[in-house]
Design a protein around this ligand. Sequence first.
Ligand code: AKB
Length: 326
Amino acid sequence: MSKEMKNILVTGAMGQIGSELTMALRNRYGAENVVATDKRTNPNPELRDSGPFYSVDVTQRTSLDAVIKKHNIDTIYHMAAILSAVGEKNPLLCWDVNINGTLNVLNAAIDFEMVRVIIPSSIAVFGPDTPKENTPNDTILRPTTMYGVTKVCGERLGDYFVKRFGIDVRGLRYPGIISAETLPGGGTTDYAVEIYYKAVEEGKYTCFVREDTRLPMMYMPDCIKSTIDLAEADFSRLKHHCDFNVGSMSFSAGELAESIKKHIPHFECKFEPDYRQQIADSWPSSIDDSVARAEWDWEPEWDLDRMTKDMLEKLTKRHNQGNLYK
Ligand code: AKB
């Protein structure tokens, strides 16, 4: 365990990434030392029974502060956020949760003299003016979604707090994250998860982006590894702080369907783009993560075909047991 990080709090712990990150942190740092929080009140039994859980709305400092005080928190993984698709339906909610929630976490970090704050960002910080292929780390940030606007602000705020107040804030730009445990909620890249569930359940899927839509993606084990690797990196090596590109794999929706067909030959995928196509079209198709590799030795482990095999094995097992959706 890194010397300083003793009492960790995770916001958004019931979300797609938060749920698996919390369990990984509990395994690594001891279950009692990792406090899970979420706005929702009904955690799954694994999350609820393996360590402390509280209902916390990150837009309210009082509820956040109460848990921080009670558990003497020194590190926050701030995973609570409204994602891109929901953010376009409700931009003010997206602003409130992503900006005010992040400011609350950062201000709490100062008030309680925390040793570290992890605030994830996203490939949504990029926009149509950004180079689309092999997108550099330091490039044009002109997003066209409210989610992207809040994530650029979050990166800038984090960097400002590092410089101005001397607190240790770190963040990485997640691509679409694929996982078999908790469904994502309200993102544009959600099709890359839904497709596996529907392939197992029905043998067919109607995808909401075009077949040639190519986006950067990452399997959950790499997502957890990248998050913890960055959190534990040597601060003196970091020239960047809150805005690391992390690459893993890039594939089109059509290639994803083909990789599933290798295991389920009768699988049929139709493509019927909706409002999320425009969001996907504004994002990069592949990411240059050489800065993360240089500053904290980032290295992904999973590729599309290995991920597909693993996803289908896990979901098929659950489907056969009658609890695909848990
Ligand atoms: C989304 O699609 O909104 C997220 C993201 C790429 O940040 N998965």
